[in-house]
Design a protein around this ligand. Sequence first.
Ligand code: H79
Length: 477
Amino acid sequence: MKNRSMSRRDWMVRTGSAVAAGMLPPGGSSDLFILEEHRQQTPADPPDPIREKRLEWFHEAKYGLFIHWGLYAIPAGQWNGQRVPGLGEWIMYRTPVPVREYEKLASRFNPVKFNPDEWVKLAKDAGMKYIVITSKHHDGFAMFHSKVSSYNVVEATPFKRDVLKELAAACARENMRLGFYYSQSQDWHEPNGAGNNWDFGPDEKKDYDQYLRDKAEPQVRELLTGYGPVALIWFDTPRMMTGDRGQRFANIVRSLQPNTLIDGRLGTEGDYRSTGDNVIPGQVQGEAWETPATINHTWGYRADDTDWKAPGQITFKLVDIVSKGGNYLLNIGPMSDGVIPQASQDILRTVGLWLQINGEAVYGAGATPFGEELGEASPRRAKNVRGEPLVYSQTEWRVTAKAGRLYFTFFEEPRAAFPIPAMKNAVKRAYRLADRAPLKTKTENGRTTLEMDRPILDPMATVVVVEFEGNKVEPIR
Ligand code: H79
């Protein structure tokens, strides 16, 4: 967007005082920024049957664990005793730290408490169906044993262990799908990678293809050959991905592992649309999509960011996203000793307990056939910060759907007689998902209402299953 030329302050002023007053993370409102490079590439229309096949597991999975782990976990938001605001993994850029200085972190990276089996167990307990971990973030440091750059976890650290290889083995043991985040454009360690203008001058003068040919492309090849089946390559910030550069990466992925998904930030067409960081669309989206999101405000660990989202908020976001046809890729930032902050573990496990009981409403569930529950469009056609029609969102309840079934998830006490949105299909029966307790229904003039017990069963969210005639709802608008 045009905001790149806008200062952070201007941007906040333009987005209104609510943001400035209430929503500021400790390091500034960085996770509200949407940059030009996050503009999305939407998959081709009409749908490609090979892509649809590749996406089957993704549609079923709905909920994944994002892990941002790298050298930036050592400074954890502070450089030489000074707090550096913003995203933890951006500390090299924001300080800025010269490459020769930042590199020294590698000699201190020794996460002796790293236990990949525990990480996978956490994802499982949380009810997450895939993991995506940073193989190389913008700082250029590879968390795997790369032959094309010795700036990697095996050769440059006292730890000397291939983190990705060990995590891949743990995932294989537990049948957990594993994908890799790879920063294809920004690489602040390389003279010809994008982003580092403090050591290497402006990007415009760089021999970008030298970096791509000698590091980024061979590293993506390594990830797709040495680590078993790769569920997904998660590219990010597609700067300078002009000409055939994006396609060159796509060709590498497709030729080595044709089933591997490509996210929406390669710079050329991927398999699904990635929203901006922490952005959840207001309406049902027609194609496959995913929201990458933080559990606090940073991605990479920051010692001072303890502003965690509550389990109830995460549950709402998950069901909200599923009801709009998307996936939720929720991030945690492990510390430099290999431990995942306890608070984030507890939050994930609390949501996991809810999913153990109510997961049927989430996994493999499709979008709402209605939409009235999502909110109302601004009557005066106001636009949001992204220039899309502004929706005044409603958060009381959401609907997800499977063949012959609707799942109404209530986040607040529903009206005593809750009217099911108008549809042609007759209601067969309704029951609470948690304990299968039947609900009374009343049908008048073809419109069915649910008689709900009060208080509703689960203070976090209660799911009511409505079985109807036929497979697919035909709403009456
Ligand atoms: O990996 C995570 C982020 O590091 C990455 N995407 C997610 C998944 C990301 N790359 N770029 N951005 C997010 C946008 C970054 C914006 C900011 Fe900044 C970084 C705002 C403050 C620091 C750029 C630099 C804009 C102002 C300073």
